[in-house]
Design a protein around this ligand. Structure first.
Ligand SMILES: NC(=O)c1ccc[n+]([C@@H]2O[C@H](COP(=O)([O-])OP(=O)(O)OC[C@H]3O[C@@H](n4cnc5c(N)ncnc54)[C@H](OP(=O)(O)O)[C@@H]3O)[C@@H](O)[C@H]2O)c1
Length: 174
């Protein structure tokens, strides 16, 4: 359960918390609408023993998977792909159905950027025929912003969920 603070305080599940949210409708014409989801410890750590698993509660995982049902694409840093050994984004048939009901493809695009062209080809994400991966490569600090604009113009991506990590988030915020 999550504790909603605004507008009406209540205990809610993640699907209840995001009911009625339409990120795509908020997108400007030239790029997708971007949301970032991260967990952190009270003292600011993004990992414990190099992974997020021990930092996350069941409610965090509920938010993580619910957000994936709402977006056209998920943006992830190559460091996170390697550490967490990412696979395809939506595996549960129930969540795939929730995406279809919203008019979305059952599997969101995965957007991956590397300035050095160093993609972790051995992880499940790059070896699952059901995954829909868009890779962008260029020696450029503004690469993630450019990739998001191209995903919009070339693939119609209107909403993107960034799942980190901290390095990619810092580049996006800059
Ligand atoms: N607490 C959480 O919610 C959370 C979420 C996600 C990950 N994590 C943890 O965070 C760790 C990984 O994070 P990380 O910060 O090391 O890596 P990251 O942000 O996942 O990936 C960094 C990589 O992104 C690429 N990139 C592309 N464009 C960039 C740009 N303009 N500026 C900077 N980087 C760019 C870089 O590869 P190139 O050098 O090839 O360009 C860089 O090495 C893992 O341990 C993971 O478990 C925690």
């Amino acid at each position: 359960m999550l504790r909603r603070l605004h507008p009406d305080p209540a205990d809610v599940t993640a699907p209840e918390a995001f009911a009625g949210v339409d990120f795509a409708a908020l997108a400007p014409p030239d790029r997708p609408y971007l949301v970032i989801n991260m967990v952190a410890s009270a003292d600011g750590r993004a990992t414990l023993a190099g992974r997020t698993e021990q930092l996350s509660s069941e409610a965090d995982r509920d938010v993580f998977h619910t957000l994936r049902t709402l977006v056209d694409a998920v943006l992830v840093g190559t460091g996170t792909l390697r550490a967490e050994r990412y696979g395809r984004m939506v595996r549960s048939p129930e969540r795939q159905e929730q995406r279809r009901a919203r008019g979305l493809d059952p599997e969101p695009y995965a957007i991956v950027c590397s300035r050095r062209g160093d993609f972790p080809d051995d992880i499940p994400l790059f070896n699952d025929p059901e995954a829909r991966v868009l890779t962008y490569e260029r020696e450029d600090a503004a690469l993630p912003s450019r990739a998001l604009r191209r995903a919009r113009s070339e693939h119609g991506v209107r909403s993107v969920l960034c799942e980190g990590g901290p390095t990619l988030n810092a580049a996006l915020l800059a």
